[in-house]
Design a protein. Sequence first.
Lengths: 341, 341
Amino acid sequence: MNLEDVAKKAGVGTATVSRVLNGHPAVKSSTRARVLRAVEELKYKPNLHARSLAGGRSRVLGIVMANLYNPFFADIYHSIETHARQAGYETLLANSSHDVKLLKAAVHRLLGQQVAGLGVFPEMEPAILDELREAQIPVVLFDPGATGDNFTTIDFDHRKGIRMLVDLLHAMGHRRMAYISAPLLLQPTEARRQEFMETTARYGSVSLAVTPPEDGFSGGRAAARELLRSGFAPTAILCVNDWVAVGVIRELRNQGLAVPGDVSVTGFDNITIAEFCCPSLTTIHIPRTEIGRLVVAGLVPDATGTPPAPRHVFLDPELVVRESTGIAASSAGIQQPGSGH
Amino acid sequence: MNLEDVAKKAGVGTATVSRVLNGHPAVKSSTRARVLRAVEELKYKPNLHARSLAGGRSRVLGIVMANLYNPFFADIYHSIETHARQAGYETLLANSSHDVKLLKAAVHRLLGQQVAGLGVFPEMEPAILDELREAQIPVVLFDPGATGDNFTTIDFDHRKGIRMLVDLLHAMGHRRMAYISAPLLLQPTEARRQEFMETTARYGSVSLAVTPPEDGFSGGRAAARELLRSGFAPTAILCVNDWVAVGVIRELRNQGLAVPGDVSVTGFDNITIAEFCCPSLTTIHIPRTEIGRLVVAGLVPDATGTPPAPRHVFLDPELVVRESTGIAASSAGIQQPGSGH
DNA sequence: AAGCGTACTGCAATCGCTTCCGCAACTGCG
DNA sequence: CGCAGTTGCGGAAGCGATTGCAGTACGCTT
C-alpha cells in the first residue's frame, strides 16, 4: 500500500499524489479530489520513514528525560509537548531512567531519527556532550557548565532556593534541622544538599543530612524512618523535593508527630500535589510551564528559519509558604542546645 | 555522513559496513575492527529512517495515552516501557489529550512509523478501530467492546469496584452519599457513575452525582466546593479516581470538615499517592504493573515469531481500606432521613 | 595440479517518498 | 493565428540503509 498504488488508482503520477498530500498548491482541484478519494478508499497511510528519508528535514523535537513518573518531569514534558504542538512540531520522548547507558542510547536514537532539535534533562557525560556539539542541531540542556555554539542552557539557582528555606526556618526559631537528600548525586540535588550544610553551618545550627534509598514517596518515608530512629530529633526537615517530602510527612504522622506542630517540613519544586496534600507544603517554586516554553523556544527556528541563538537562561527561585512549616517546637522529646548564633 | 563515507574511510563496501553494524557474523575480524574504527572516528550514526525503510520490520511498540500527567497513566507507561525493554523492544509514545482529532493523528503517526504493535488507552472511535483492524499488527485496547482478530482487549470490572466501595460505606452506616465524576464521559468513568447511582438506589440511600470542571486535584477541589455549597450534606463522597479524591479531601479540610470524622472519602485506581496522602485513601486497586506486562505480552511475538493470539483479559478489582473512610457521622449539620432499607 | 567448498566481500536492486526538471495544454495578447 | 507565459502533471533521480546474489581468494582433498 504505497504512493504508487494510490497514484494508479487515481490515474495520476506519484508526484501528483505526493503534492496533494503535502498541500502543494499547483494541483487542479478536480485532480486533488480524485487523489483524496483514492487515498480514502485505500486507507492509505504514508510511510513516515520514507517521507523523512526523502524529505530531509523533520519537524520533530527529541526530548530525553529521566523518570517520567516523577511529577515534576511529567509536568515539564507536558508543557514542552503543548508548546511544541503550537509551533507545529511533534515531540519524541526517550526515557533514560538515570542510567548512563540508556542515556547514551536515547540520545543516539533521537539523533538517528533526525530530530530537528534535542532537549536533554538528565545530567550529561562529556562524551555525549561532544557528540551533541558535532550534531548540527540546536540543543537545550540543564547542565549549566556545558558550552557549545548550538547549546542553550537553562539554569536554576538551587542554592538560593535552599537558602530561602533555611532563612525562613531559622526566622521561625528552628536551630536543629535535617536534610533528606536524593539517592543519586546529581548536580542540582548535590548543590541543594551542600547549600543546606553551608547555610546551617553559617547560622551555627545543628544539622544532619541523610540519603534515602530511592526517590519519591517511599524513599522519603524510609529516610524519615531512619532519621527518627537515629535519635537526632530535628525541629525541621528540608527535603530535596516535594515528592519525597510527602513521604516524609506521611512517616512523621505515622510516628505520631504533628506537622508542623512538632516538626516543620519543606519540599522543593512546587509540584501540583504540594498545594493539595495535608498539610500543604512550604516549598520553592520552579516554573515548569516556563521551562517547557523555553525548551521549545530554544529548539525551533523562528519564522525566517534561522535557528535560535544559543543563550543561558537563569531562573530564579520563589518561596511558597504553606502549612507544613511553623514556629519551632521546644524539642521533640530530646534535649537540645537551642542556642541562637 | 552516511554508510558510504564510512565504507570509503575503511576501504570496504557499504554492504560490509552494514553487516558489521548489524552484527552479521560473516565478516573477518580484522575487517570488522577496521570498520568499527572508521565508525568511531567519523562519529557515524546510522539514519534510522533509512534503516527501517530498507529493513522493513521494526522493534518498536507504539503507545497512545491521554494524559500522561495523570499518575495512573504515567505508571502504566512506565511499566510498559520497562517490560518492552526487557523484551528487546523500544517504545514510542503519543499523547492524545482526550481529543479525538489528536487521537486520530497519534494513531496515524504511529502506524506511519511502522510500529510492530500498538497499545491504545483512550476511548476509541469506530472509524479508528476499522483502520486498526486493517493494520497488520497486533493491537491492545482498553475498549472491551472492540473485536478484531488482531485485537487483545484488557477489561477491568469498574462496576464491581464501585459496588465494593458502596457496600463498605453502607456497612459503615452511610446513607447519604455523593459521587464526584469525571469531566469527560468516557466508558469506564461513566460505568462507575452509573453503578454508583444504581447501587445506592438499591440500598435506598440518598445520593447525588456532580461533575467537576476538570480532572485532577483542582477538579476535585472545585467539585467538592460546589457540592458543599449545594447544601446536600453527604456523610461519604466517592470519587471517580484517587487524583480528584485528593483534591476533594483538601477542600473538605479547608472548609473545616474532618476526614473521615465528618465525611468519608474514597478514590479509585490506588495510585501511589493514595497510600501517602493524609489521610491515606480507601480505594480500589487497579494493577498498573500487571497491565503494562499484559500490554507488552499482547504486542510482541513469542520466540518462534508467531504474533500473540488475541484474547480478552479481565482484571478484578481489589478493595484497599485505609484511613479516609470511617463510621458515618450523625449528619454534617443538616437534617437527614437516616433511614436504613 | 585440478577441483571444489568455504569464507568474505562488493555490486546493485530495493524500500516509499520528495522534488527537480521537462513537457503538454491552455491562456491571453498582439 | 502565432507566440510567450502560466499552470498542471509525470518521469526519474535521489535520500541512506539492507540484502540477495555473484565473485574472489584461499585451503583442502584427491
